[in-house]
Design a protein around this ligand. Structure first.
Ligand code: ZN
Length: 401
């Protein structure tokens, strides 16, 4: 006897492409998928009529900076009125302003802001969200951000420590001293509170060098934590190869990565995470090396990169459309990016990302004729239901209700 079954459903299992099962059914038991197929003869305590809706795995957004205080709409407006980046920096804008606001916010306020933001992901059938720290850049605030991330409601959260996101004012001109502080104090403190699922670094000319990145990765290794990397977004610093060398879960952005870097990722089993929101918002022109990723069969994940500075994007659906229009990914690749490969990029492929027996019963129902519609439509949201741990959670509900 199964707990519940959804009948008259089309399934995009996301096993080998769409893995479509038309006129099928999906059953759940004890919070896990217990059956998928076309000829349902089983018994279930609860029967739902999906009325021809498509069921897809709950989306996995594997790269966000969703916990932060305030936003930078004002800066966006100033810039479009003609202010330069320098003018804005002089007026205390840029990442410094988000760090200041995040340090000042109480834990409760930060959580309320993040939960309010998170509603957009729930409305689009999201099951898992990765959330990074990195707007504290001091011990107290980095831990506060991670604690808030752990308390987000309505989704499964994976937390990533990104203490090495930017150099705080207090360490101006002393980046190595800051890296010591991150490795010796902040990261161990966060790990000892069990607040860290993975460790990330922003490796870029405007942030931290490959050598500094390597030191943070060593510190992560000492604590037994997996790593990932903001790599080769604005220039090729060899970030993809560096991530691969450390067996990273993923290398993210990678617009400027070389073919050798991609090869190294393929050998190491490191996933690529492409972030079309930042590409769009910054009006970048250098496309990620999609052909090389395909040739070397690197799993390609997609994410919103939600953050107040370079990607104020809170829609997986729009990110998929951008990946198709800007990067020329196929709708099938885009959907895989937010399901099976998003799960791979977080090391949770065993429990999420596909509709298969034994995986978490975290999925969404969509009022569409074919899965490609999800990446095709711009600004529509055909999500009509969300199921989490086998229980219905209407996709327009506020978190926690
Ligand atoms: Zn990012």
């Amino acid at each position: 006897m199964h707990d519940a079954v959804w009948l008259n459903a089309n399934l995009a299992t996301m096993v080998d492409g769409y893995g479509a099962i038309r006129n099928g059914a999906l059953a759940v038991t004890d919070g896990r998928i217990s059956w998928t197929g076309t000829k349902w003869t089983g018994k279930a305590r609860e029967e739902h009529d999906a009325r021809g809706a498509w069921i897809l795995p709950g989306f996995v957004d594997c790269h966000t900076h969703l916990v932060h205080a305030g936003n930078r709409a004002n800066e966006f407006e100033q810039r479009l009125k003609g202010a330069s980046y320098e003018d804005i920096a002089k007026a205390g804008g840029g990442i410094v302003s988000t760090v200041r606001a995040t340090r000042a916010a109480s834990e409760a306020d930060l959580l309320a802001q993040a939960n309010r933001r998170l509603r957009h992901w729930l409305a689009e059938g999201t099951a898992v969200v990765e959330v990074k720290s990195g707007y504290g850049l001091d011990r107290h605030t980095e831990l506060k951000m991670l604690r808030v991330a752990r308390k987000l409601q309505g989704v499964t959260v994976k937390t990533t420590f990104l203490g090495a996101h930017a150099l705080p004012e207090e360490y101006k001109g002393r980046p190595d001293a800051y890296i010591d502080f991150v490795c010796d104090e902040v990261l161990p403190a966060a790990a000892s509170e069990n607040l860290v699922d993975a460790v990330d670094v922003f490796c870029e000319r405007i942030a931290f060098t490959p050598a500094q990145t390597g030191r943070v990765f060593q510190a992560a290794k000492r604590l037994g934590l997996p790593v990932k990397l903001h790599a080769d977004q604005l220039s090729d610093l060899g970030g993809a190869a560096l991530a691969a060398k450390h067996g990273a879960l993923s290398a993210d952005h990678i617009e400027h990565s070389s073919e050798q870097g991609i090869e190294a990722m393929a050998r190491a089993g490191t996933a690529a995470v492409l972030l079309p929101g930042a590409f769009y918002f910054l009006r970048e022109t250098r496309l990620p090396p999609l052909d090389a990723l395909r040739r070397h069969k690197v799993p390609i994940a997609l994410a919103t990169d939600n953050n107040p500075g370079s990607s104020p994007l809170s829609s997986p659906l729009l990110a998929m459309n951008m990946a198709c229009t800007l990067f020329r990914m196929t709708p099938e690749e885009a959907l895989a990016g937010f399901t099976v490969n998003g799960a791979r990029a977080l090391g949770m492929h065993a429990s999420h990302g596909t509709l298969e027996r034994g995986k978490a019963a975290d999925f969404a129902l969509w009022d569409i004729e074919s899965p490609a519609e999800l990446a095709y439509a711009i600004g529509a949201n055909p999500c009509i239901g969300r199921v989490r741990g086998g229980n219905s959670a209407p996709c327009n509900s506020a978190p926690g209700t």
